[in-house]
Design a protein around this ligand. Structure first.
Ligand code: PBE
Length: 268
């Protein structure tokens, strides 16, 4: 028999994550932009995607997933992004912190710390890697904060303690956001005295929660591209506190052993 095309090898399937994730929107845009007729973007979750990737790599099978950086999967496996010459996944972006309207007045200390919260992909990688190695996210966050007193000190320097006031953060169970949310939660609790609930939800409810005022803040907004629709919908109902991390990327990711380099190649 002849050699199968990549499209045939992977059954014209891209393994996606939760349907509310912005990367799903970008992946659908890629399917359209590159004319990937009859391709299917499979919905699931971040955990299901990494499980499928792990299994494919163990079996040396081809697979295409929606992937993003920072993520521990790039340390664990040899992977590559497919190039995206038509820019379906957008250019550079950052992860932003988003607060509900009125947070500044109601919880000035939390607002100030959230506003200053800022770290790097390398920082995040430490927490993500520890969680991936089996540490509880709370413990991994605490260990990172304890080891990075200088950095954390700048987020909280001169801010008054809050005496047990309650705060609610929203997040989605993406590995990157499990790391960041647990870090800022631990800082607000251990350094500023808040009682913090971190509520795990889907992306839509996470944005809606902050916009509606039920959730005080979140540190999981990928902008300007990945969450553009959400920001557009809620821009008058939330306050964007700016980037907390620079140097992200999203796209279609494959094992390095696959003989393919560009999303354009999928149409062949
Ligand atoms: N992600 C990780 C999210 C943002 C964080 C890229 C999976 C998304 O696609 O919405």
């Amino acid at each position: 028999g002849g050699t199968k095309s990549v499209a045939e090898q992977v059954n014209r399937q891209i393994i996606g994550i939760d349907p509310g994730a912005g990367i799903m929107k970008s992946a659908n845009k890629a399917i359209e932009t590159y004319g990937l007729k009859d391709w299917k973007l499979v919905e699931g979750s971040g955990a299901a995607m990494t499980a499928a990737l792990d299994k494919a790599i163990k079996d040396k099978k081809p697979i295409i997933v929606t992937g993003w950086t920072p993520h521990w999967m790039f340390a664990k496996y040899e992977l590559k992004y497919l190039s995206d010459p038509k820019n379906a996944f957008g250019g550079d972006e950052q992860i932003h912190t988003i607060a509900r309207l009125g947070l500044k007045t109601d919880h000035p200390s939390a607002y100030a710390a959230l506003d200053r919260f800022e770290w790097t992909p390398d920082d995040m990688a430490v927490v993500m890697g520890a969680v991936q190695d089996g540490k509880k996210p709370e413990q991994a966050a605490k260990d990172w904060v304890d080891a990075n007193a200088d950095k954390v000190g700048k987020w909280i320097e001169g801010i008054d303690k809050a005496d047990g006031k309650s705060l609610k953060l929203g997040y989605v169970a993406w590995d990157s956001e499990i790391a960041s949310t647990n870090v800022i939660k631990y800082v607000l609790e251990s350094k500023l005295g808040y009682k913090v609930t971190a509520l795990q939800v889907e992306a839509g409810p996470m944005w809606a929660g902050v916009a509606g005022g039920d959730t005080d803040a979140m540190v999981a907004a990928w902008l300007p591209t990945t969450h553009a629709d959400y920001l557009d919908k809620y821009k008058d109902k939330v306050e964007d506190l700016g980037p907390n991390l620079n140097g992200t990327k999203t796209g279609l990711v494959v094992p390095a052993y696959m003989d393919i380099d560009s999303i354009e190649d999928l149409a062949k």
